[in-house]
Structure formats: C-alpha cells, structure tokens
Design a binder for this molecule. Sequence first.
Ligand SMILES: NC(=O)c1ccc[n+]([C@@H]2O[C@H](COP(=O)([O-])OP(=O)(O)OC[C@H]3O[C@@H](n4cnc5c(N)ncnc54)[C@H](OP(=O)(O)O)[C@@H]3O)[C@@H](O)[C@H]2O)c1
Length: 394
Amino acid sequence: MNYRINPKTGEKLSLLGFGAMRLPAPEGDPSGIDAEESVRMIRRAVDCGVNYIDTAYTYYEGGSERIVAEALKDGYGDGVSVATKLPVMRLLSADEHEGFLETSLRRLNRDSLEYYLLHGVKERYWPTVKECKTADFLLRKKEEGLIKNVGFSFHGRNFEFFREVLEYAPWDFVQIQLNYMDAGIQAGVKGLKYAASKGLPVFIMEPLKGGKLTERVPPSIQRYWNTLNVKRSAADWGLSWLANFPEVTVILSGMSSMEQLEENVDVLSRPDAGRLSEYELSVISDMAAAYNKLIPYPCTACRYCVGGCPMGIDIPLVISMRNEATIFDCHEKIRDELNHFVRKLPSTCVACGKCEDVCPQRLRVSAILNETAEMFEDESLQWWRAYVNKGGAS
Ligand SMILES: NC(=O)c1ccc[n+]([C@@H]2O[C@H](COP(=O)([O-])OP(=O)(O)OC[C@H]3O[C@@H](n4cnc5c(N)ncnc54)[C@H](OP(=O)(O)O)[C@@H]3O)[C@@H](O)[C@H]2O)c1
C-alpha cells in the first residue's frame, strides 16, 4: 500500500481508505448488508495496509458503524483511524449534538474517535449548523479528548461556498467529492488545491462517481480504449487520476465485493501510483470529453430557473440526474438517488413555463422533468417521501 502524510499531524495514512457506505448486500436486498462478508473485507483491507475507515451515523441506520466495530475487534483496530459523521441533515437543535456523538461511539464500541465530521454540508443545512454552533461542539469535544481531528464533508454547489465553510472554523481536515467527471463541480480541483494550500489533508469521496464510472462503459469509450497502448480498467483510470494529485491524502472507495477491494488495493499499492504520464492524462481528458458528448440535455447549472419555480424543484439537480442516467447508463442508481435524495420530485412540476422563459439553453424543462418522473419516480417509496418532506433527508 502507498501512504501519504497527513500534513497537519504527520500521521501516515493509506492512499486507499475503506468507505463503509456501499457494503456487500445479501442477494436481492441492496439496502441490507452481508455482515459476514463486510467484516471479511474490512479485515482483508487492514491486512493489505489500509489504515483509514470512513463510516457515518446514517449509513444503513447504524449498521455500518456496528460492522466497522465488529471488524476491528481482536486487534484489527490497532493503528487504524476511524472516521464517523454527525448527521447535519437530521439536526434540528443543539440539544441533539451529544446524542449523535454518543450513539456513534456506542455503536463503534469506542471511547474516542480519530476523525469526526459534519456530514455532507450543503447550503440548505448550513444556517442550522451555524445556529446550533455545531462546529463549536466538535471543537469542545476535541478539547475534551473525545475527538482527535474535526472536519466536514462537503456537497455544496460550488467552490465559493466550500471556501466559506472551510474558513468558518479551525478544521483539521476536509472530505470532498472528486473524480475526473466532477473536477469542476462542488469543491472541485480548485477546492482540493485550496484546502491543501491551507495545510489541510483532503479525503476524497466518490472517486468512481459512486460506481457510475465502472458500472457500464459506454460503447464509444470502449472503442476508444481499444485503440490505446495503455490498458487499464475503468476503476484503475479513476483512482489513478486522483492519486496523481499530491494534494490528495486518502482516496475513500466504497467497495461492494472482495474483487473490487483486491483491485483497488492493487492499483493504489503500485509503486507508480500517482505518476501518470502526459499521454495518460490526455487519455483521461478524452474520456471525460467522450462522456460529456453523451449528455442529452446541455444544462449548465446556471440556476436561473430555480428562483422562479413555484414548486421549489431543484431543476438543475434533476436534469443532471436525467443526464447521468444516459451518460453512464446507470438507470437503477439514478432511480435510487432520485427517490432517496431529491426533496421535490419532478412530478410536482405544474408546467407553468417560468423556468423555460429564463433558460439560456432554451431547454424544454417541463418536458424533461416529466420524462424524468416517468422514468425514475417510484410510487412504492411514498413513505420515504413523507419522511423527506418532514426534513429527514437532503
Ligand atoms: N460524507 C459524505 O457526504 C459522503 C458521500 C458519499 C460518500 N462518502 C464516503 O466516501 C466513500 C467513497 O465514496 P463511494 O462509495 O461513492 O466511492 P466510489 O468508489 O466512487 O463508488 C463505489 C462504487 O464503485 C464501484 N467500484 C468500486 N471499486 C470498483 C472496482 N474495482 N471495479 C468496479 N467497480 C468498482 C462499486 O459499485 P457497485 O457497487 O455498483 O459495483 C462501488 O459500490 C463512501 O463509501 C463513504 O464512506 C461520504
């Protein structure tokens, strides 16, 4: 395994971190966990030199934290750093801080944590985080010795908001979504470099875009690969692109099978991991361009449409999901994401046309929302919608 140094603490961290959000599922039940196999995989990762595991209060409603605890029994946890997260998307008042931390510690069977984060900071949750003084709570727990490193994971819209959050408190680390298709969204490469310039370690999530870069390689990309002298798998290209940034400290990957774990360990253990040639970098740019050519609806996320929508639909988000379904041929993943993470579903569109009047791309927004609703909305998840609309998810 290759290791990188945490620039704040001098600690040696494995370049591959184990993301415990996409654990192997029992046959036919993607929301469940194959606990035995998950424990085997985490232990195998530790045996291969992985020394950073990322979990969260919300993953599998605590199931992930419990499995991490189980896997790290019997000496497996020695020298392994565990990160878990305070669920800001569920936070209603400051009184809840202690309970979230205590529950995570209990599930993880620990008295303290190496890394603790605000989970998935977005514009929507930020006012509550500030009102509740959640960062102060984390810093207090650090002083009390319950947490060694405090940080935040970020899913806000752009670099400017990332910088605002980063400058809000004396964080010890940040976690950002980054892969070669998302270089310019959310914190992006700019955020990676900015955080590193402030001396912070940067932990990467969704390095393979949650599996969209590996699930099905489109025929146009496969034809391009066939012409190349360098042969790498889809996972290899994605992880190697990230390893090439010296500012990246740990690449967290959620691995749902032992084969995926073995491959990712191999890629990030190679002596030349992080040394892509100019030619290989140009291959990745060509690949990203080829994916982008498949975009059916060229929304630029300017967000002119959003303010005028009487239903409060996050139109650019819904269109980006609709686009990704085609680009990455990942309809099941999009069905899952749309029904679980989108607050206002596209079917609530009343076709008032206000968005179409202001769209610089002249997109037929109502028709796209309607198509997306027909393709992906799932009525069997009505109970979940009720929960989301009470403020239970993003
Ligand atoms: N803080 C946050 O808000 C937040 C958000 C997202 C993630 N995270 C953390 O970051 C971790 C990493 O993100 P992620 O899970 O999205 O990582 P990822 O590596 O982008 O996606 C994981 C998925 O990629 C596919 N994959 C992984 N290795 C592969 C390989 N060698 N060959 C083929 N497919 C492969 C699998 O998809 P299939 O299962 O479809 O095969 C796997 O489930 C998470 O596990 C979680 O701990 C945090």
